[in-house]
Write a protein that binds this ligand. Sequence first.
Ligand SMILES: [Fe+2]
Length: 319
Amino acid sequence: MHRDGDLYNTKCFVCGRQNPSGMRLRFEMDGDAYVTEFVIDDAYQGFPGIMHGGIISTVLDEVMGRYLWVSGYDAVTADMRVRFRKPIVCGSRVRFEGRLDRIAGSRAMTSARAVSEDGTVFAEARACFVIKGGDRMNRPEAEQAVKTRLPNVNLFKHCLAVEAVMRGLARHFGENEEDWSMAGLLHDIDYEETKNDPDRHSLLSGEIVKGMGFTDEIVEAVIAHNERHGLPRATRMAKALYACDPLTGLIVAAALIHPEKRLSAIDTAFVLNRYKEKSFAKGANRKTIEACSDLGLSLEEFVTIGLDSMKGISKELGL
Ligand SMILES: [Fe+2]
């Protein structure tokens, strides 16, 4: 199926003809690439006289997303990586090319680049789009997306730990283990990007998780886990995610203070004894952990489920 690209969205910032503040770019197919070529306006600069990297990313995203649209796919960007190779000087003519590399189930893997007339590559991008109406992202793809966005191995392990505890809690309550564990795995996927902007933390995660095709229940639980937004934790899943986030940190700290430094060496009593020491693992907010009472769990029950769940992935956690 091919669609008329001009009907895409007349208000789109990049291509919309009726957006007075937009870039109003024109696109066309050229062989296997979807292309826009234009002279970089002075208004697009970041550093003096240099095209802003965010705008470069915007156009790269557009040539990929629009390529999918004219090909008949309704797709949204789930994950995108941009590599900036050389600065683009305002006033120069640049060609942005998008390509579809492959479709895998409900995912479209795409690539794009910005090149000069003489073939100099200024920037390259790779992206994963979720095709609307398709299935949601599967576990290996979600894990890969978390790994890509969180290069810090401890953050990645934190996500694995929360995933495991959420699965354990879902099992305890007879809830949907796949949904609950996905909320745990993905809840901090924006951490690297929002670490200097805590008010954005979890909002961006919510957008990413939605783009991956997950349910509103998962998206809302992910967003509500950052209490700065003051949002109600309306579901059991949201309550669980909120409380188990700091619990994992407490359990890791308890394992590390033990001479054996292994999860298998500690039990619930050991964790609870450390818990009482105010100076121990201060980052693990006690009030948040005690929100397990909203789930109808005692602290002891909660720690036991958390510890057992994390023991199940001790190898992945390196503990
Ligand atoms: Fe977290």
